[in-house]
Ligand binder design. Structure first.
Ligand SMILES: [Zn+2]
Length: 411
């Protein structure tokens, strides 16, 4: 599963602001393909209010974004409520959930949010996609808004508006796409092929079986999906195997992105992350299955070639927010990397720590072979302390101390 940037990019956002990097060229929103049966509302009667001009729309969306930023900065859920489409229930839930998760994280209260509407693209059903910048141009987003009760609220199309699903089968994938996202569907399908070959290059193999990839423009299509994810892999669901679900750009669910990489640059990383999960499951028999850091850390390691996110783990550790490999405090719900998916907070940061641990292991204990050896020992012993001893011939405490020392030097 790949987490939304609500936790991850904000971390980047906070740190990058202080390093004052220059703003990069932004990816402009592409004109959207129209789904069928669209009728233009063009009332001309003198008593009908004139349609708002682009400037009026931008001003209205800006007002909503100011409230959204205020809500995030000062933890004001009631202010947030004013700018979410309350008629779209699954959508409302995901916006609130991401807000609540952020307010629980160690970054809450530390960031002053600001968003600026750069331009807008009109879509069907009264939607307007706003291209937004934040953090002095270091953060970007393309979010849909619609008018509700005189305000422009954050929203997404309904399942019906997203359109009828379309099935496309290729050599390695069976894609399901929706007409709403026809401006990006083909590009994402091509990027999925790139993801497959990138993973194959690093891990040495890729399965012949096809992945079922669902390219989803709205959260409402799977309203019970984890709300902090922008993509996920399921090894099976009922009779269907190897399902990858990914949210498309130009949606709120997709979150924000670093304009230096563009939405497509970040999405490529996400697709590679998910396909790594599939290779891990189908080619490597999900080795290390007892430890969630091995799975997520591997997916992060394979998908981000420069491992830049390890910097954030280093930085967080230095400022006192640390997540250990093993929580040995005797807590019932262990707060450690072995149980990454069950953490009550800072899950995004746990991904960064996990990635650092994979890279540390690969770099210091015999490359990826060393990593697979450790994973295999864990499967055999069901005890991470024993697994380290078994795989590397050193005590866990020594491995752990070396990792901490190594990590401290990464920022
Ligand atoms: Zn994942």
């Amino acid at each position: 599963m790949k987490l939304s940037k609500v936790t991850n990019i904000l971390l980047a956002f906070a740190i990058l602001i202080s390093s004052q990097l220059a703003c990069q060229t932004l990816i402009a929103p592409t004109p959207s393909a129209l789904p069928p049966k669209v009728t233009e509302a063009a009332p001309t009667s003198a008593d009908t209010p004139a349609a708002p001009t682009d400037d009026e729309i931008k001003a209205g969306i800006q007002r909503s974004l100011d409230l959204y930023a205020e809500a995030y900065t000062n933890n004001k859920p009631d202010v947030l409520d004013q700018v979410i489409d309350s008629e779209n229930k699954p959508f409302y839930r995901i916006v609130r959930n991401r807000f609540d998760e952020f307010q629980k994280s160690y970054l809450a209260g530390q960031i002053e949010f600001e968003y600026v509407v750069v331009d807008i693209t009109k879509r069907e059903y009264g939607f307007v996609i706003a291209h937004i910048e934040g953090g002095n141009g270091l953060n970007a987003a393309d979010w849909p808004f619609r008018q509700l009760g005189g305000n422009w609220v954050l929203s997404e199309p309904t399942v019906k508006q997203a359109g009828e699903p379309v099935r496309t089968e290729t050599d390695h994938f069976i894609f399901t796409t929706y007409p709403w996202a026809d401006n990006v569907n083909q590009k994402i399908m091509d990027m999925m092929e790139t993801a497959r070959s990138d993973v194959e290059k690093i891990l040495g193999k890729a399965p012949e079986e096809k992945a079922n990839v669902k390219i989803m423009p709205i959260y409402g299509l799977s309203p019970f999906n984890p709300m902090n994810a922008i993509a996920l892999y399921m090894s099976e669901q009922g009779p269907i195997k190897n399902i990858i679900e990914v949210y498309t750009p130009f949606s709120y669910v997709y979150g924000t992105y670093d304009p230096a990489f563009g939405w497509d640059g970040e999405l490529q990383t996400t697709l590679t992350h998910e396909y790594t999960h599939m290779v891990h499951a189908r080619v490597f028999d999900k080795a290390g299955r007892l430890s969630s850091w091995m799975s997520e850390g591997l997916a992060e390691y394979v998908s981000s070639s420069n491992n830049d996110k390890i910097y954030y783990a280093c930085n967080a550790m230095r400022s006192g927010t640390f997540i250990p490999i093993l929580d040995e405090t005797g807590a019932v719900f262990k707060q450690d990397l072995m149980h990454l998916t069950m953490l009550t907070e800072n899950v995004g940061l746990a991904y960064n720590y996990s990635q650092s641990l994979v890279k540390f292991t690969v770099d210091n204990y015999g490359g990826l072979d060393g990593f697979w050896k450790l994973a295999g020992s864990l499967d055999k012993t069901s005890d991470f302390r024993k697994a380290v001893q078994d795989a590397f011939g050193i005590p866990y405490d020594e491995y752990n101390e070396k990792w901490l020392k190594w990590l401290k030097a990464q920022c």
